[in-house]
Design a protein around this ligand. Sequence first.
Ligand SMILES: Cc1cc2nc3c(=O)[nH]c(=O)nc-3n(C[C@H](O)[C@H](O)[C@H](O)COP(=O)(O)OP(=O)(O)OC[C@H]3O[C@@H](n4cnc5c(N)ncnc54)[C@H](O)[C@@H]3O)c2cc1C
Length: 436
Amino acid sequence: MGALRIHRLGAPLTPAFESENTPQHPYSKFNILLRTPASKFIVTINLVSKFQVVVVGGGPAGSSAAHTLAAAGINVCVIDRSVFPRDKLCGGLLTLRSQKTFQAIFKTDWSPVIQTKSNGARLYFKQQLLNAVTDHKDIFFTCRRDYDAFLLDLARKRGATVVQGAQVQTIDLKESSLKLSDGTIFHFDFLIGADGVNSLVAKTVFGEAFNRDTIGFGLEMEVPLSTEVPTVTEPEIYFGLLDWGYGWVFPKGKTLTVGVGGLLKKNPKMREDFENFLTQRFGRLPAAKIKGHFIPFGDFRKTPGRGNVLLCGDAAGLVEPITGEGIAFAMLSGSFAAESIQEALSAARPQSALELYGERYATIAGSFRQANFLRYLLFPKTSQFLFSKALPRSQSIPRRHLDLMADELSHAEYAKFILKKSGSGALKMLFPSRSK
Ligand SMILES: Cc1cc2nc3c(=O)[nH]c(=O)nc-3n(C[C@H](O)[C@H](O)[C@H](O)COP(=O)(O)OP(=O)(O)OC[C@H]3O[C@@H](n4cnc5c(N)ncnc54)[C@H](O)[C@@H]3O)c2cc1C
């Protein structure tokens, strides 16, 4: 099977294929470039490319899957429509959970792509500072442009084939093949969908990438540091700005990453709310551009795939429902999908890969389910009001929240803590003089 394509000279040609290892037969790509006598056109004959695993998307989920598979000696190819380094809208906050996950997968130091670090957070309700912690565990900040390129390069160095600038256009589940927008066809034994929140892989398997009624949305601006905009030492978190969501100011090398994120359906005026927040925080609306992106905030798949297709990261909806953390779960689920394929192949039961992935995935989905339940306690306006009253007096509320982010407190333990606090908070409101 093959495909014939003709390119006008100067037009983009085949996507860039890169690998530390020469692709091996029978999993290889043959691209034959022929120049016509007139030298005006280049004729590209694509023969079939076959990989044991094709990963769509080279973000944290895809790179983690590819690195894990390549390390296990499995023939894997990552395809991404962008050429890295590429931008990705994100706060770039990395927790200790992210650090642990990164180290378990990539087994190297991530400091080349860490821009700043802090040890706490300043918590606000609207513009009022309610509480601050300065002596907690490390919180790291990165720029996704650098971070994602770093991870993808580690996967490439470990032996994954990386194809950049290549948009996957259609997927044929029956044939276990996919086609790029330039006509190139790839066959696979397994497909990992790590292509983000607008996932074509999820759309192909389930008919839609996400549910518009439950999806989240985020808006962000990179505000350059200047004499009027000094950097901050601790990240700032703002409650009371959005319905079922929050705002943030994160310190980066040369900018502050300022954003808001929350459930789309509950925030029809999100842009206006964001502009008001920016104006209040900086005294005027900064000139930089506002960008937006969907966030699958608590909107995860019950079954993360079908047949030989496994979804991970945002493509599976794995953004933590309370904190909005997605990078750690993207990396973790990518490595889980890869380990499950590896286990299924070594047991000579390839059809068991999804079931094995489902068992690992349940560890994330289980705690997200608890977090989704907790949102009904934390996010309604009355609860936000109660917490804004309790927060200034409480040492434990901000610290437990940071413990949760650092993976030092489970969602179940956090839920127990919040339930206890809400109970005593409500008692204090009802009987201010009698309850202690
Ligand atoms: C405003 C905002 C702020 C956030 N802040 C944070 C934060 O501070 N900390 C945190 O942990 N999380 C944060 N998140 C969540 C985090 O960004 C995501 O959870 C994370 O990027 C998911 O990684 P991923 O690898 O699954 O997908 P992505 O990072 O989205 O990568 C998907 C890749 O797939 C490629 N792709 C897509 N379609 C195709 C196609 N058809 N063909 C080929 N390639 C394709 C894309 O080019 C992309 O490179 C934030 C999200 C938003 C929107």
